[in-house]
Write a protein that binds this ligand. Structure first.
Ligand code: NAI
Length: 721
């Protein structure tokens, strides 16, 4: 099936319409490249054709590459040579041939043109774009760990100048038409009705089909003496190092492409670009980013784990029990999604206070122009604050977010079920209590499930959906439909103490505290975490959540598991901070940090007396690896125990739930990035040095021996590019 159509009119103007069959969007696929190369050859060789217009038969002009396809060949599936050839084909045989074939081409950009789509437009001799804010243009490849590998870096830099090009390429920003014109990214902005007319008019003027850089004597720069290049190249690398901590290779490769490419003739510059592209394509970071942050996150958001045989459902009225921090957030996102909310608490004041949270957030969005006053009022009117359980009548779903206490939760479950219809679902937002245990209070355990939201609910897109021992498939499907209504991303896990996210996250903060106890300087611990790509260090994080929280989890687990419970490695640090040193966290006046009124927070001055630093300090890389490995090992245990069934859920959950660094692709992708065998060997080394918690299980060892990776996306090395 052809991905485009070519028609020639009486004036000898060819109209190439991009229209991939059975797809909502045109993408750069191997089929498209072949079709386009054939179309260019036809235009070049047919004497009756004077020039060509490229437009699209879909609302968008063209998105970038097909990410699922790229995922199959990224991260080592191809040799460098194959990856280079993969870039050179569209770059040379398609775009460069189009540009130098002697016939003029004009891009009639009727909708968004991003990545490979915008690169195609860049290769044309003229660009007309529709005057529509949705018709954005740009090169966002950096966000998936790549760079535009079909001439994008070179043409953009020569058209808009190296400084602007660097900014556009490093941010991957999508630019609306008026600004694109101003920047020189397009040549004309016209109303939709005039798009093809304007493109034709330009062609009928018999334009010159030679780009300025192909005119003899063209110089893109004065080499090293060009002050703009000097400025960009001296300032940007330091900025990139600071913002990426050198975990992302793409921004540096983009700068290298600009720097080297601008000193070279165009065809040579394209080779440099392809070389850099090939290196990035073979790097695991691009694969990790594409796999977890784009493909698998997208699939999860589209409810990949939803049982298919249950009819689609919609919640129109939701009950939220407990109007505290979590309940008020859940009420807000539900009302925002058009759902009527009954927000119940034990006193009218508490319930009203919960509603006030929405009042505040909505006032802010009106102030920022994101919402009209009328729309905000309508959202607010959907929330009914109450203490009366009778109001829950008619709710298809209830989310419970009262205190983390089995008895209180059991009580509110019973009271709600007495009012709810027989098909209603009861969901608990507990962060630690086993769902199967909580369901014992329910008379309909099949309709009982865990919906674990994250704080603050309006900003955290993840919901960890927990299947209890008796939860039905129908309940799971309906709960996932509710998460989709909220436009959030669910992962599905099985019941266990701490489920998945809390359980793995605990290992991060415990390890941080343990290091402090071992005598590692606290600033070193925090810096190593930030260097790894965590948003904040474990000690700063603990100060925010307070040590009371992980301590309570320890107490509950100990009570429930008795002699079988293994105390975490940070047990003593927590106990001392709470009961001896009495610094539980920020909310209580301070913890590992102190919070002066007039100055930024700083590590508590008494910390080195409480936990004396050792004379010999470990390398930052070792601390970083400890923090990453301990989480990967716990995640692997969750897979082994069946708490998480799909690696994608584990990795997506880690990135969205607690900010596990995106470049790793998540804790399981990290194991794969290191290499299973090497990871196991490293873990064994750490176990000998730091304790048995680092010991890889037999299950993981066996996987390593058999080379059984968590993902099977990589194509064999022999596959042709
Ligand atoms: P919170 O203390 O801010 O709010 C709890 C609310 O429940 C209070 O307004 C309280 O008045 C109300 N409440 C207590 N007993 C009640 C009863 N018998 N009937 C009606 N209302 C009652 O607590 P938060 O932080 O909102 O946590 C709520 C639940 O969400 C807990 O199970 C917690 O483990 C879980 N959770 C908390 C997260 C967090 O970051 N705070 C994250 C994810 C889950």
């Amino acid at each position: 099936m052809k991905t485009l159509q070519l028609d020639v009119d009486a004036d000898g103007i060819a109209l190439i319409t991009l229209d991939a069959p059975d797809k909502p969007m045109n993408v750069v696929s191997p089929q498209f490249i072949d079709d386009m190369i054939a179309a260019i050859e036809r235009v070049a060789s047919d004497a009756a054709i004077k020039g060509a217009i490229i437009t699209s038969g879909k609302p968008a002009f063209m998105a970038g590459a097909d990410l699922k396809y790229i995922l199959g060949i990224a991260g080592g599936a191809l040799t460098l040579k194959q990856a280079y050839a993969f870039s050179q084909k569209p770059s040379v045989q398609m775009h460069r041939r189009l540009e130098t074939c002697g016939k003029p081409f004009v891009a009639a950009i009727n909708g968004l043109a991003l990545g490979g789509g915008y690169e195609l437009a860049l290769a044309c001799h003229h660009r007309v774009i529709v005057d529509d804010p949705k018709a954005v243009v740009g090169l966002p490849e950096v966000t998936v760990g790549l760079l535009p590998g079909s001439g994008g870096t070179q043409r953009l830099a020569r058209m808009v100048g190296v400084e602007k090009a660097a900014a556009l390429l490093l941010d991957g920003r999508q630019v609306p038409p008026a600004e694109a014109l101003q920047l020189g990214m397009v040549d004309q902005v016209v109303p939709a009705a005039d798009l093809l007319g304007a493109a034709r008019a330009w062609l009928l003027k018999s334009p010159n089909a030679v780009r300025v850089w192909d005119v003899k004597g063209y110089r893109s720069s004065n080499g090293l003496l060009n002050p703009t290049i000097v400025k960009v190249m001296s300032e940007r690398p330091a900025q990139i190092a600071a913002s990426t901590r050198r975990n992302y290779p793409a921004p540096i490769a983009i700068l290298d492409c600009l720097f080297q490419g601008l000193l070279l003739p165009f065809d040579k510059a394209l080779q440099v670009e392809s070389k850099h592209f090939a290196r990035l394509l073979c790097d695991p970071v691009a694969r990790n980013l594409i796999r977890t942050s784009f493909v698998n996150r997208g699939e999860a958001t589209k409810l990949a784990r939803r049982p298919n045989d249950v009819p689609k459902s919609k919640v129109t009225r939701v009950g939220v029990l407990g109007a505290g921090m979590m309940g008020s957030g859940i009420a807000y996102v539900s009302a925002l999604a058009g759902i009527d909310v009954v927000l119940l608490d034990s006193t009218a004041e508490q319930a009203e206070k919960g509603k006030q949270y929405s009042v505040k957030l909505l006032a802010k969005s009106v102030e920022r122009g994101k919402q009209t006053q009328a729309a905000a009022d309508a959202i607010l009117a959907r929330i009914k604050a109450t203490t009366d359980y009778q109001e829950l009548a008619g709710c298809e779903l209830v989310v419970e977010a009262v205190f983390e206490d089995v008895g209180i939760k059991a009580d509110v479950t019973k009271r709600a079920e007495a009012v709810l219809g027989s098909s209603a679902i009861f969901a608990s937002n507990t962060s630690t209590l086993p769902i199967t245990k909580l369901a014992e209070a329910s008379t309909r355990a099949a309709q009982f499930i865990g919906l674990h939201f994250f704080s603050p609910v309006d900003r955290m897109p993840l919901v960890e959906v927990i299947i209890g021992g008796r939860t039905s498939q129908e309940t799971l499907a309906k709960s996932l439909d509710y998460v989709a209504q909220l436009r959030m991303t669910p992962i599905v896990v099985n019941d266990s103490r701490g489920f998945y996210t809390s359980r793995v996250f605990q290992t991060f903060i415990h390890e941080g505290m343990r290091m402090l106890e071992e005598g590692i300087e606290p600033a070193r611990i925090e810096n190593a975490a930030i260097a790894a790509g965590f948003p904040v260090g474990p000690l700063a994080l603990l100060d925010e959540v307070t040590i009371e929280l992980p301590w309570k989890i320890v107490q509950e687990s100990e009570a429930a598991l008795g002699a079988n419970y293994v105390r975490p490695c940070a047990y003593d640090v927590m106990r001392r901070m709470l009961y001896e040193i009495k610094r539980p966290g920020r909310r209580h006046g301070g913890g590992f940090y102190e919070y002066p009124a007039e100055a930024p927070k700083r590590l508590w001055s008494g910390l080195s007396a409480a936990f004396p630093p050792a004379r010999k300090q470990p390398e930052v890389a070792e601390i970083r690896d400890r923090l990453l490995y301990i989480q990967s090992l716990e995640t692997a245990r969750c897979m082994e125990e069946g708490v998480v069934a799909h690696p994608a859920d584990a990795d997506v959950g880690a990135l969205l739930g607690w900010g596990f660094p995106a470049w790793t692709g998540g804790p399981l992708s990290l194991i794969e990035t290191v290499g299973l065998e090497k990871f196991v060997a490293q873990a064994e080394r750490m176990a000998a040095k730091y304790g048995p918690r680092f010991g890889p299980s037999d299950w993981l060892r066996a996987r390593a021996e058999q080379g059984e990776s968590f993902y099977q996306t990589a194509a064999p090395r022999t596959a042709a590019a």
